[in-house]
Design a protein around this ligand. Structure first.
Ligand code: HSE
Length: 314
C-alpha cells in the first residue's frame, strides 16, 4: 500500500441561470476532499465517508458500486491504472442535495486523487469523462455543468454536444458570485424528472438569445449585458416553488443591485452575480431574506475565476 494522496474539488453553481445543463461556475470556499492510496485489490474500495461535521456519514454509502467517488475512480482506473487498485476516503465539505454540486465535487476529487497516484498522470482534460461517470450515477443525467467547473475552475460552457470538449469563458472583470444555501434539500434526480419534456418555440428562442448574449457579455466584459441576459425563463419557473424562500431571496438580491439571481443547479441554493463591490452586502441581504421566512442558511461570496480541483498533499 502506498501513501495517501489528497485532492480537493470545489463546489459549483450549475446552470448559472442561462445555460441549463451546459454552464457552470466554480465556487470558492467550499469543496470535498478525497484521499486515495494504492491497494493490492481488484476493485476500488471506499474506506470511509465523513460528513461536514467530520464524523462518519450516517447514510452516504461506502459500497463502491453506489458511491459517486468510487464509481468515477473505478472508471478512471479501468482505463489508466497500472497495477492493483485504489482505496478512497471521502471527506464531504459540500452539503448534500444543496444545488452546490456535491456529487460532482466528490467525483472530481476522486479522479484527481487517483490520477495523482500514477507515475505519469494524465492531463486534467482527460479526467472529465471519468468524473462524469460518477455524476451520472448521482443525478441521473449526463450533464457537466458541475463537474467541469469543479475540475477546471472558473466559468465553463460544457454542452453535451461538445463533450468531452468544453469552452472556458472569460470571467467579466469586477463581477463576483454570492450564494446562499437555505437549510433545505432538493434531490436533483427527482427535480429533473419533474421537468416538462417539450417547450414552445417562443421560450426556446428567448432562452437561446439570453445564453448567446451572456456568452458575448463575458467575452466583452460588458456588465450591463450580463445584467440583461442573466435570466432563466424555462427551468426556474418550474423549480422555484420547491424552495419556499426563493421569491423573497431573489427580490432581496435584486433590490441590492444584483445583475441576476436564480437557483444554483436544481436548488435549494440561490446565487446572484453582482458587482464585486456589492457582493458581500447582497449575500447578507439574501441571507436575511431567507431567515425572514424561518429558514436558516449559510452564504458564500466567490470570485468568478475560482480555481478548480487540485492535489493538496502527496
Ligand atoms: N444542470 C443540472 C440540473 C444539475 O439543473 O438538473 C445541476 O446541479
Amino acid at each position: 500500500m502506498s501513501e495517501w494522496v489528497t485532492a480537493f474539488a470545489p463546489a459549483s453553481i450549475g446552470n448559472v441561470a442561462v445555460g441549463f445543463d451546459m454552464l457552470g461556475l466554480a465556487l470558492e470556499g467550499a469543496g470535498d476532499r478525497v484521499l486515495a492510496r494504492r491497494i493490492d485489490n481488484e476493485r476500488v474500495t471506499v474506506a470511509e465517508v465523513r460528513g461536514l461535521d467530520g464524523e462518519l456519514h450516517p447514510y452516504l454509502s461506502t459500497v463502491a458500486e453506489s458511491n459517486t467517488a468510487s464509481i468515477a475512480a473505478q472508471a478512471f482506473w479501468d482505463d489508466h491504472g497500472d497495477t492493483g487498485s485504489v482505496e478512497l476516503k471521502v471527506h464531504k465539505g459540500v452539503p448534500l442535495q444543496s444545488g452546490m454540486g456535491s456529487s460532482a465535487a466528490s467525483a472530481v476529487a476522486a479522479v484527481v486523487a487517483a490520477n495523482g497516484l500514477l507515475d505519469t498522470p494524465v492531463s486534467v482534460e482527460a479526467l472529465l469523462p471519468y468524473a462524469l461517470e460518477g455524476e451520472k450515477f448521482a443525478s441521473g443525467g449526463l450533464h457537466a455543468d458541475n463537474v467541469a467547473p469543479s475540475l477546471f475552475g472558473g466559468l465553463v460552457l460544457c454542452p453535451q454536444v461538445l463533450l468531452p470538449s468544453v469552452v472556458h469563458l472569460p470571467a467579466p472583470s469586477g463581477v463576483s458570485a454570492a450564494l446562499i444555501h437555505p437549510d433545505l434539500q432538493v434531490n436533483t434526480a427527482h427535480a429533473r424528472r419533474g421537468l416538462a419534456k417539450s417547450y414552445s418555440t417562443r421560450l426556446w428562442l428567448e432562452q437561446q438569445g439570453l445564453l448567446a448574449g451572456f456568452v458575448a457579455a463575458c467575452h466583452a466584459g460588458d456588465i450591463d449585458l450580463v445584467a440583461r441576459t442573466l435570466r432563466d425563463v424555462i427551468i426556474e419557473p418550474q423549480r422555484k416553488d420547491n424552495v419556499p424562500c426563493f421569491d423573497v431571496v431573489k427580490s432581496a438580491a435584486e433590490r441590492g443591485g444584483a445583475l441576476g439571481c436564480s437557483l444554483s443547479g436544481s436548488g435549494p441554493s440561490i446565487f446572484a452575480l453582482c458587482r464585486t463591490s456589492d457582493a458581500r452586502n447582497i449575500a447578507s441581504a439574501m441571507e436575511q431574506a431567507c431567515r425572514s421566512q424561518g429558514i436558516g442558511c449559510e452564504s458564500w461570496v466567490s470570485p468568478m475565476n475560482a480555481p478548480g480541483a487540485r492535489i493538496e498533499a502527496a
